[in-house]
Each structure stands twice: as C-alpha cells, then as structure tokens.
Write a protein that binds this ligand. Structure first.
Ligand SMILES: NC(=O)c1ccc[n+]([C@@H]2O[C@H](COP(=O)([O-])OP(=O)(O)OC[C@H]3O[C@@H](n4cnc5c(N)ncnc54)[C@H](O)[C@@H]3O)[C@@H](O)[C@H]2O)c1
Ligand SMILES: [Zn+2]
Length: 341
C-alpha cells in the first residue's frame, strides 16, 4: 500500500477532495485569511473548539447533531476532512470510523505535533472519565496533506511541543538525526523541522506498516518516553511533548541503571532534554508525585496486560531501543529510586 502522505507548499486544491465532503476545522484557523478563503470552497463545514474537551462523548454527541442538521448526503463517498492539531484529528478520525460504520477520512495537520506524529498511523480516540483515549479505533486516513503554509501560521511554543516526538524518533531510530539535533543550540526553527519532516514521518510509517493494529508489539517501540510521560501528563496537565521528553529522560536513566545504556549516550540524552527548554525538569516531575499515585496512574495504561506488566521501552544506544516486559511494581520502584537521587 502506498503511504498516504503528501507534502505541499499550500493547502490542497478543492479538486483533490471527493465531491461530498464535510470539513471539520479548529476554530482558531478561522482568523487566518488564507485558510478562510480555502475553507469557503467546501459546501459543508463545522468549526470545532480544539483541546481535550473536544475529545469527549458530550462533544461527539453535539457534533453528530450538527451533522444531522446540515442535511449531508449519506453516500458511500462521503469523506470527513480534519484540519487541526492532534485533538481535532483524533476526534474526526474517531467520528469518521464509526459514522455510518465508516466513511472517508483525510487529515490536514495544523500543528507540528500532528504533522510529525498524530496525523499518521490511524489511531484516534475520545477521553472518558479522565482517562485519555479510552474509547477509540484504528482507522488510517486515506490521505494526509501536510501543508507548509498552514504549519507556518503556528506560534513558537507549538514547535517546542513537537520536539518531544522529534527527539523520541531520533533516539529510537536515527543517530544521525540525533547528532543533527546536537549541532543546534536550541529547538528547530520552522524551516528546519519542515526540511526534516519527511524523514521523521517515514520512521513512523516504517513501524506502523509492519504492525498497524499494534498486534505484534512492534508498534510499542513508538511508546518510548510515553509510559512515564503519560503519568506526568495526567498528573500535571503539562503539554504532551514536554511530558514525553521527561519520560524519555526517565527511560534513559533506568536503561543506564540496568547497564543497558552506556554513560556517554545517557549523558547525551539528558543534555538534549535540557536543550529543549521545556521549562520543566524530571526532578520537578518526580518530586510532585508519590509511589501510590504513580501506580494508580499506571493502572490506566492501555498497554497493561492481565498480569500487571507492560512493555517498557529501554534505550540500548542512541538510535537503538528495545522492548522489555516489566511489572508495575518495578516501574514504581524505579520511580522511587530516581526520586531519591
Ligand atoms: N492519534 C495519535 O497517534 C496521537 C499521537 C500523539 C498525540 N495525539 C493527541 O494529540 C493531541 C495533542 O496534539 P496537539 O498539540 O496538536 O493538539 P491540539 O489540537 O489541542 O492543538 C494545540 C493548540 O494549537 C492550536 N492550533 C492548532 N493549529 C494552529 C495553528 N495553525 N495556528 C495557531 N494555533 C493552532 C489549537 O487551537 C490548540 O490550542 C492530544 O489529544 C493527544 O492525545 C494523538
Ligand atoms: Zn506522543
């Protein structure tokens, strides 16, 4: 199957979309003139307020009502187009996967995080009772249009949020990319990330294609930094990319402690996390938590098995990571060790 991603300088021509489309977009984009002009070419469009509150059963219900009111023809060609960051993509992806038992889906990511990560790979989800992505499906989009002009409209802090996934990808698969990051004295600029985007995204597809529905465990590798990252995100509400960086530092420290990772590469990872200037540190993240809270948050991890173990991703060297089954108690013990340092 060919990869669905297309890189474009500007938003794609309306002629590239099926005749029957519903455009869903982040309402912040309505203030951008070029986007507004482009969106006007779609007969049906629905603005969404982005964020975690969009990814809820309540807002799902409200949007379904809006679709019904718009009198949209329910043919098999009907396609949902999402323009926005990860929250809009996750919401519209889920909607497309269940509406009339599945309709067409096209993503146009508008944040660097979504361009690097969430628009690719077919995962979507709604949050339920405080648990992220508790309800969701695997539903790959038919196309992902990655448009430079749209991505360049973001404020600088969005770039920093994407750097978590960028550093994660480098540590997982690409020591050359890691060395390239080391040469910069700060996170990438818009044009630097754009130049590296195709390579970054290709690493994700290489794994997803081998294990699209996360059945073989290979896709788990992409979870590097996310086990503790999700604990920090749920506890503090800090940005996902920031928590992934801190989770990655935790994973590297544990890998070093177990003598899987040598001192030099460990120190390079710690330095890299600092360079991303998230405004947060691993020490701060660990100090505001206790073992009981960590265990209760880990219990909600979707990757948890029946025997209270999960695949934790350890770093062997920069560009080479491994999966290893660990128990929740082992993670909690390591949390305690690192917190006491
Ligand atoms: N499905 C997956 O595989 C996957 C992977 C990683 C993250 N995610 C999900 O992605 C979400 C986080 O992604 P995100 O940070 O892109 O989320 P987001 O959609 O909440 O966007 C972040 C902020 O950027 C704003 N924004 C979007 N585009 C903009 C633009 N062009 N200019 C100015 N502001 C803009 C939004 O209004 C919002 O305030 C989370 O819900 C996370 O669970 C999903
Ligand atoms: Zn992530």
């Amino acid at each position: 199957m060919p990869r669905p991603v297309v890189y474009l300088p500007k938003l794609p021509s309306r002629t590239l979309f099926p005749a029957e489309c519903v455009l869903f977009y982040d309402s912040v984009l309505a203030s951008k003139a070029a986007f507004k002009k482009w969106a006007a070419k779609f007969e049906h469009s629905i603005a969404l307020k982005s964020g975690e509150s969009l990814k809820t059963v309540d807002s799902f219900n409200q949007v379904l009502k809006k679709i019904t009111k718009q009198n949209i023809s329910q043919t098999t060609q009907l396609t949902f187009v999402s323009v926005g960051g990860g929250s809009v993509g996750d919401f519209v992806g889920f909607l497309a996967s269940v509406y009339l038992r599945g309709r067409g889906l096209i993503h146009i990511p508008s944040t660097w995080l979504s361009a690097v990560d969430s628009a690719h790979g077919g995962k979507n989800g709604l949050n339920f009772e405080g648990v992220k992505n508790q309800v969701g499906t695997f539903y790959p989009p038919e196309k992902v249009y990655v448009c430079r002009e749209l991505l360049n409209t973001q404020p600088a802090e969005r770039l920093c949020e994407a750097m978590g996934e960028v550093v994660k990808t480098a540590v997982l698969f690409d020591k050359k990319l890691f060395a390239d990051l080391e040469k910069q004295n700060k996170p990438y600029s818009n044009s630097q990330i754009w130049q590296r985007l195709e390579n970054l995204v290709a690493h994700k597809y290489a794994i997803v294609e081998k294990d699209p529905n996360e059945k073989l465990g290979l896709r788990r590798l992409l979870n590097l930094g996310h086990t503790m990252g999700h604990v920090f995100e749920a506890h503090y509400g800090w940005a996902h990319g920031v928590c992934v960086l801190l989770g990655l530092e935790f994973a590297a420290a544990w890998s070093h402690q177990l003598r899987i990772l040598n001192k030099t590469d460990y120190a390079r990872i710690v330095k890299m996390v600092k360079k991303m200037k998230t405004g947060r540190s691993l020490t701060e993240a660990l100090s505001g938590l206790n073992e009981k809270k960590v265990l209760s948050l880990l219990q909600k991890d979707k990757k948890l098995t029946g025997d209270s173990t999960l695949d934790f991703i350890f770093v062997k060297s920069i560009g080479n990571c491994i999966r290893k089954k660990v128990s929740l108690n082992e993670i909690a013990a390591e949390f305690k060790r690192q917190k006491a340092l």
